[in-house]
Design a protein. Sequence first.
Length: 247
Amino acid sequence: MILKTVGLSKDFGSLRAVNDVSLEIKEGTIRAVIGPNGAGKTTLFDLITNRTHPTSGKVYFQGKDITYLPPYKIVKLGIGKCFQISKLFPELTVFENIQIACISRARKVFNMYSPGNNAMRDEVLQIINSIGLTVLTDASAGYLSYGDQRRLEIGITLALQPTLLLLDEPTAGVSRAEGYEVMKLIKKLASERALTIVFIEHDMDIVFNYAEEITVMHQGTTIATGAPEAIKSNKQVQSCYLGETVC
Ligand SMILES: Nc1ncnc2c1ncn2[C@@H]1O[C@H](COP(=O)(O)OP(=O)(O)OP(=O)(O)O)[C@@H](O)[C@H]1O
Ligand SMILES: [Mg+2]
């Protein structure tokens, strides 16, 4: 297992946002985490990356206990994340956005004001090519379509050379057609770079088209994990989530 959580819980005051979640993610697979608003999906990602400290439980990455590691060390070990909130620099170009991420990973000294700075150019261009933004290399990030901004965010995360990618609603805020394109890209990158993917998603068509395994959360608890067909026919999932009725 590339990622394992054991009895992970998080309380916010009297609210138990994540309740005793034990997950096992196999290397090289694509896992969706689904569940209604407030189910605890984002908090689960925050616990895995230690942006939020767990109330109890453990997180293991490649067999190593990472529960109390500082987030930057977790990134360095190979967990990349794209969160719901964009981290692009809108006034900088596609090239510069990726370049900054590459440089920060490599911890190179970077002088933003030196003319025609070509630091790590080959790697930057290679990432831009792999996310399909070559024709927009010199465009300002803020002028990209939402779908292309999503691609760029994924590129920034790739610059950190992850082996596991956590994506929080990668298709949120884009049209359905663009959403499918973003997912196609993620699938392509996963196979090219041997990545493991865990993504949070509300669009069930996308989930059932792209996930190899699905975990369903409801009120902080994982109520089911399995292959798409098994999840579709799971009665508890149908009543708690897919049917949108109250449990
Ligand atoms: N920092 C916080 N302080 C207090 N409560 C929080 C905090 N973060 C999340 N919560 C609460 O924890 C619960 C789970 O929230 P979370 O954001 O993980 O849900 P989610 O499944 O990602 O929902 P969505 O689909 O809307 O993104 C919610 O009731 C939320 O209000
Ligand atoms: Mg969320």
